[in-house]
Design a protein. Sequence first.
Length: 339
Amino acid sequence: MTGSVLQPETGTAAQDDRIVLSTRDLTKHYRVGGGMFAGPPRVVRAIDGVTLDIRARETFALVGESGCGKTTLGRVMLRLQEPTSGTIRYRGTDLTGLGEGPMRALRKNLQIVFQDPFASLNPRMRIGEILAEPLRSHGYGTPAEIRDRCTELLEMVGLRRQYLRNYPHQLSGGQRQRIGIARALANKPDFVVCDESVSALDVSIQAQVLNLLSDLQDQLKLTYFFITHDLAVVRQFADRVGVMFLGRLVEVGTTEELFARPLHPYTMLLMSAVPRPDPRKRGEDRPMMRGEIPSPMNLPKGCRFHTRCPFARDICRVEDPGLQTLGGRAVACHFPLED
Ligand code: SF4
């Protein structure tokens, strides 16, 4: 577990070798619709100017409501989807400028564990083949070396070698997710995006898989970019948290700070929506999030949270607050919350 800072200014990350991956003003826009009878195409701003540094061996959690751009950001960071603009640097190398060959070579260092282990594993392949595939495609070694590595990977995720002969449907959900993790780790990456990787699992299995991820992080010196909507998991597992709303980061801080004293109204409201174990506190007077999430095709002017914010004032409707550093944290709000 390591502490870390976000640097809204550009140009400093490349010199810092403790930073594994950084983005500068990263955007991903999609054009939708258009045509003879549909009028001009419209633009969906799925990611809209994300600047972020992820440091070696930390777990950085990205939270936000469904549709806020979390998954898109994870995929664009790995260039599984191409960004519209901005830069992504991995250990100082600009991924956005890399051709197919060099990107393919680097890809083994940058991996992803998906949410649904069943959908992400080929049902017609035995587990051994599923694990051998990424090794072969990166020229790992002889067939015997690949077999040994597959066995080693299974042991690493707490499964016996007998499973190499099984098909995914013969495994439980937790075991399948362990295979998803083993496959991601096959080529010894150091940066892993976990995209809602424990969300589909029962709570008890979820805890086991989180413990496994934590042990593997220590053992293999991994850095995690952990995408989730589950704040209880974030609190237990993450070193730092980024809160995303409509394609932008609105707050970044350490897990401890963020849970103890959220600065952005959206962070505070997300946290207050988590059910409380003490029923006496359920009726407490708390400000509420208003209305629905605006469409990413028709973003509000000014602060894009203002249509839902109980603290909005006139300036919020016209001026975008931008992400500012405040006491070592980063927040995009004209009126950050106080104690
Ligand atoms: Fe609310 Fe204004 Fe802050 Fe936006 S800038 S979060 S509308 S107080």
